[in-house]
Design a protein around this ligand. Structure first.
Ligand code: HNI
Length: 162
């Protein structure tokens, strides 16, 4: 029941999404200021620290036993960059995010067995890291557009689960 509900919601988000010119320029502007090498590692590290049960997926990453270990772990850093580089694909393909992430969704579902609830957790940590880095430039209007983008990304990554 819950699965069906989540599926419908994801489909709705993806099917109905439209981007205004102002949203497109806000996304381009935010993304242009994101330092992938800093923001990616910080966002993934936050997920692993704030929601420690997510560490179960990264058994091969070595020491994640303390916040300092997570923050200093080079594999976390590298993977944070990988995730953020994948987000670039959404930014460059705003009108076809579902298709863009179809294979990635299938990989996370079938091979990595990642619970799709975790996509939202990562999206939220990413927003917090960006808000911290941008300060007052990340105003409510910018936040609204940015989180709209991440909602579509999360829905697209979830789309092959059902
Ligand atoms: Ni995710 C691998 C993108 C969220 C766990 N992930 C990848 C890869 C990309 C990627 C790209 C590399 C794929 C490949 O090798 O072909 N992941 C993304 C994106 C998001 C995301 C864009 C959300 C915005 N992944 C998550 C979350 C988790 C997660 C929330 C778990 C909590 N991902 C993984 C794991 C791997 C992975 C585990 C394999 C890592 C490895 O190297 O072993």
């Amino acid at each position: 029941m819950l699965g069906i509900h989540a599926c419908r919601k994801s489909e709705e988000i993806i099917t109905m999404v439209e981007w205004s010119d102002s949203e497109r320029s806000t996304i381009a502007s935010v993304w242009g200021k994101v330092n992938v090498g800093e923001i990616g590692p910080q966002a993934l590290a936050r997920v692993l620290i704030v929601y420690p049960w997510t560490q179960r997926y990264f058994g091969s990453f070595g020491d994640l036993s303390t916040a300092a270990a997570v923050l200093g772990n080079p594999k976390v850093s590298d993977h944070g960059k990988t995730v953020l580089n994948a987000l670039d694909k959404a930014v460059q393909n705003l009108d076809s995010i579902k298709a863009t992430y179809s294979e990635l969704s299938q990989l996370h579902c079938e091979k990595l067995n990642v619970d799709p609830d975790n996509f939202r957790l990562l999206a939220d940590c990413l927003t917090i890291v960006i808000a911290t880095a941008f300060g007052s430039a990340f105003n409510p209007a910018v936040q609204a557009t940015w989180q709209k983008l991440l909602s579509v990304v999360v829905a697209a990554l979830t789309s092959r689960y059902f």
